[in-house]
Write a protein that binds this ligand. Sequence first.
Ligand code: EPU
Length: 343
Amino acid sequence: MSDSYRLLQPADLRPRNTFGVAAHARRLIEVLDAAALPQALAALDGDTRPLVIGGGSNLLFAGDTVDALAIIDARRSVVSDDGERVVVRAAAGADWHGFVLWTLAQELGGMENLALIPGTVGAAPIQNIGAYGVEVGEHVVAVEAFDQDTRNFVRLDAEACRFGYRDSVFKQMPDRWIVTAVEFSLHRFAEPVLDYAGLRDVLAARGITAPRPLDVAEAVIDIRRSKLPDPALIGNAGSFFKNPIVSAAQAAALVAAHAGIPVFAVDEGLRKLSAAWLIDRCGWKGHRDGDAGVAPGHALVLVNHGNAQGTELLGLARRIAASVQMRFGVALEPEPKIVGAAW
Ligand code: EPU
């Protein structure tokens, strides 16, 4: 034990996952200063690498875990400021939405479309969080991490992070790095991104024609609140499935067979489908099996009505995916990390 980390054994993980499902870790180590990670990992002295937990908003526990680790460090600072472009750094344990509000209070643009996403700064680059036309990777300068293979602290620039739709090198090699901090590029005079359906309408309804970043964030917050259930009120992990990417030919066949199916261009040969629409059409919205259910307001969000087990939510997710596969011939992939079971 030291001033820079503390060990809890065993640890109750129920309050540490926004689904609110019961789970335990044999040991949980909380790291207050990322510089102490090597000592903290040595204190675990295990063969398996710990499960790194941020806000627990993208995890489904379908079994127990042996060792877990959480970075508590939440420091934020301005790295450089040339009057227009401002680089800020936040440690992995900082609350994401709190960080976004901090950037907005300084009238910095870039993060406003990503307001109200649950989770921590450290988790943001892992699945390259995205909403309302912006992905965080577009603003990442570098990710600082501890490399468990080489046992060194490293700094990966945006290119090395290999960001894609809900994807990054950290997701592709899941047990290698522990993210310790992220540097973001923000701007005092950024052009707002307003193209996502509904955003411009909400601003127009408020009579705002030249929105500041804070106006955009407020509109995003209202849209999110109207569509997505609040994990503080009902357990959930946001979108449970990624929007599937299919070939242009498959998308064309689906359009011919199913009137009204939404299709979005990705690049010349690829199209993105709306998982919510596919699930909705299979009749799952508002469905409930015991305490495991689908949100009544959004077909993409699985919810825990109280005491659902992780395995029950996983079972429901598999039945949903099987029905979409059967009806549309499209495979759905889960977005959250599933712990203790395979998809
Ligand atoms: N739709 C339905 N039924 C529903 C909900 C939506 O048919 O119950 C259809 C509608 O056609 C709608 C379309 O799906 O136009 C898209 O819905 P929405 O705008 O809610 O976006 P999404 O594709 O379902 C994605 C992200 C969200 C993000 C929003 C806004 C993924 C997996 N999800 O949802 O991210 O907030 O866009 O950008 O990409 C998350 O990742 O946890 C998350 C909430």
